[in-house]
Design a protein around this ligand. Structure first.
Ligand SMILES: Cc1cc2nc3c(=O)[nH]c(=O)nc-3n(C[C@H](O)[C@H](O)[C@H](O)COP(=O)(O)O)c2cc1C
Length: 181
């Protein structure tokens, strides 16, 4: 099995965030050849183009993790039918770099009713030349479930949905890498 390094980002800063729980659970569930790093976006300042060339350690770390990863996993909540601010802020910081374009992306939606933000996210990611892998999109009903990381890992249906999405995502990445030599 080819080893794969993936970066996962949660768009929620909440301690008991379902989105953060979902990516932590996916990291635990992932097969041993898939190494998922959970990135941090909470220390990024608010996006300001005037600071484009500033030394911002949190941004440098995020860009470095992204560059080293074969794919990006995003789980981000919907607020007022839009993309939550922390995730949009992180994406705005990544617009002008060379780390993001063509990166395969897997989306996890922890609230199936939250369709507006998912669509908006796909529009933003595609505009940034990200490669959203539609077949790997996962929608899991965590909202109001009271499940934490262990609860997700131990829930057969939800864990299976996450694993199927991850497996599809990794297969597409490996196929793309093989096709491009
Ligand atoms: C201010 C606010 C606005 C929200 N707006 C929406 C919304 O428009 N659509 C929706 O499906 N959920 C909405 N929600 C529910 C959140 O998406 C939900 O609580 C989600 O679990 C938050 O993500 P987290 O658990 O990762 O922190 C809203 C929640 C809050 C607090």
């Amino acid at each position: 099995m080819k080893r794969l390094k993936l970066l996962a980002l949660s768009g929620s800063l909440r301690r008991a965030s379902y989105n953060t729980y979902a990516i932590k659970a996916l990291k635990m569930l992932a097969p041993s050849h898939v190494n998922i790093t959970i990135g941090k976006i909470e220390e990024l300042p608010l996006f300001n183009l005037d600071r484009e060339y500033d030394d911002i350690p949190a941004l440098a770390e995020l860009k470095s993790e992204l560059k080293q990863s074969s794919g990006l996993i995003i789980a981000s909540p919907e607020y007022a039918h839009g993309i939550g601010g922390p995730m949009k802020n992180a994406l705005d910081w990544l617009v002008s770099g060379d780390e993001f374009p063509y990166k395969p992306i897997m989306l996890i939606n922890t609230s199936p009713r939250a369709s507006h933000a998912q669509q908006a996210l796909i529009e933003v990611l595609t505009t940034m030349s990200g490669n959203v892998i539609e077949a790997s999109r996962v929608s899991i009903p965590l909202l109001s479930s009271d499940l934490d990381v262990d609860g997700i890992v131990e829930d057969p249906e939800i864990a299976n949905a996450l694993l199927i999405g991850l497996d599809t995502f990794c297969s597409v990445i490996v196929k793309n890498q093989t096709d491009s030599g």
